[in-house]
Design a protein around this ligand. Sequence first.
Ligand code: GLC
Length: 719
Amino acid sequence: MSRIEALMRKMSLTEKLGQLTMTASRYATTGPIIAGDSTQAIKDGTIGNLLNMVGADHVHDMQRLAVEESRLGIPLLIGFDVVHGHRTLFPIPLGEASLFDPETWALTARESAREAAADGLAMTFAPMLDVSRDPRWGRSAEGPGEDPWLAARFAEAKVRGFQGNDLAASDALAATAKHFCAYGAVTAGRDYASVDISERTLREVHLPSFAAAVAAGVAAVMPAFTDLAGVPMTANGALLRGWLRRKLGFDGVIVSDYNAIAELIHHGIAADLAQAATLALQAGVDIDMMADAYRRGLPTALDRGWVSSMEIDAAVRRVLTLKERLGLFDDPYRRGAAPETAATLASRRQLARVVGSRAIVMLKNERGVLPLAEAPARLAVIGPLADASSEMRGPWWGAAAPEGQVTVATALREMLSESRVLHAAGVEIDGDDMSGVAAALDVCSRAEAILLCLGEAATMSGEAASRAHLGLPGRQREFAEAVFARAKLLRKPVIVILFSGRPLVVPWLADKSDAMLAAWFLGSESGYAIGDVILGRVSPSGRSPISWPRATGQVPIFFGQRPTGRPANPDDHFTSKYLDVPNEPLFSFGHGLTYGRFSYSNLRVPRDGVTERDTIAVRVDVTNDGARAAEETVFLFTHDKLASVSRPVLELRGFGKIHLKPGATGTVTLMLPAAELRFLGPDLEPVYEPGEVEILVGPCANRTQLLAGIIQLSRAPPS
Ligand code: GLC
């Protein structure tokens, strides 16, 4: 008899419900409910899982209570939000997506898993895979941007990275694909608000990343807090049991979000905890995070005949199976058995620096102001984010301390010298105090160039951080205007470093700056990463994974829109456009300048008919017409101009990279399996329709910058 079946036979109902319960350790909470002390419950076997605990000593203490002092000795499953690093932080996911590099995405997840497992953890509540086209929503920061194809590649890489090749290994974490699903489509960008989208949009945009995570073997899935067309995801049997488990064959653990089961009462579909617990269990949720609904509600639900012991047992088996897969029964102290070496930590910090520099998106660089190759004798490093260590962490900073995150000022003092860096904050991130402006302007007067570090605080994006106004917070705009005015008088360049967890609506800033870098939140090595780019030691290569609106009124804004019956035409009043701003974003998906200057030519696409069994090879020549070597990311889009349903004007199908020296030309080959050109027909069933499809290749999702060719899809001859 298996270990799990033997345990199942011994377990009381109370012990079974304990295995379905996850509570926050007293060390930290990430939601409205504050945890108590779980030690007695662990010894009694009525708590089987914990979250928000870090430190191998704490974890092993709790593990020892479960394994050595409880009746059945079932080890605890302990999880934490290792979203973009643990103690060593990498860029926030939206920033890391800018790399367009699945291998590196996997590598940072692998390193994060190693660091978290060394702290005793066995599960992370990541990757966050919610596609977002609405920068008002603060959780855009945690995800892979606006495109479902990219989100799917991100999902695969992160699951691979977190889980490694052996889930029982001492440095493996169980990954959790979250938040299932369509959380990024909340009404008006307001966190936790209702989601109401078409079945087509659900399947074309919001499910692909989760399908990819399941295909990659993700161990767990977390439903979103939100309702989808009136059915809260935590009780959505059609999508949890129906699509996830039955259609995709997902047999892992479904863990609720924090207190989400109890919140079915606020959603208005449960009268009490017993009904809430019933709905969640029958929808397929195995672990109740922090609501205590299963422990307190399922005994009543059993008495009322609303649930069966079989349904409870099925959930318990999945939880015990995950613990077994993680090796927790074999060696509950395996994770955290030995601290990592200083060399490992140093190497990880170096990786964070490299990844940070590659996540930077250079939005503008007038007259080649950057790089500051001949570093100026004195550099003004000003603004509220110039020397703000804790802010460099960004949202979901995990176990990373507020101090010790490298700031721009710290790094440049070291990379240049103390005397060459003149720092002044000028204003606060979000305050009214302007008393520091004069000193900052004086610093500008004494420098040859100005680095103006502006943006959001780390807590202005992430969870429960929606913003209705997407400009700079506080008095930063007034401060920046004063700096631009002084710089103009002094004829000195102003380079803006913009820190944010989302695209900000700052057309005026883009207009007035000489150069502008999107620095997102780059994590522990932010300052060095920015210094490496500013000083030309690294050419920026990041490309934005999300469109930057000109105005909040354009939101939701994304490149994959449908053409409408009246596509925008500036010469025709009655077409789809605004009276007051262009339709196009300020910066397109994929936008990002480098220290090279790239041109495209000689697009080659297959001439013969392409059947569903074929793979399309698309080739294009790229030349670096610039004066510096750089890496270009080349995007492959398609547009199906005539189909049985209206197709998006651009669909991302792939990307490639090429590093070229000045004057060099290279060929980029992009392979596209024709089967990926299937789409959901009018009946939402996949179809492969013969006919013309545009192939578009170029530097970003701006059609004016793309080379286009036509391929002919045809039916495969009968085999
Ligand atoms: C939070 C978040 C979720 C996180 C969980 C545990 O409310 O929604 O992403 O994993 O609680 O911290």
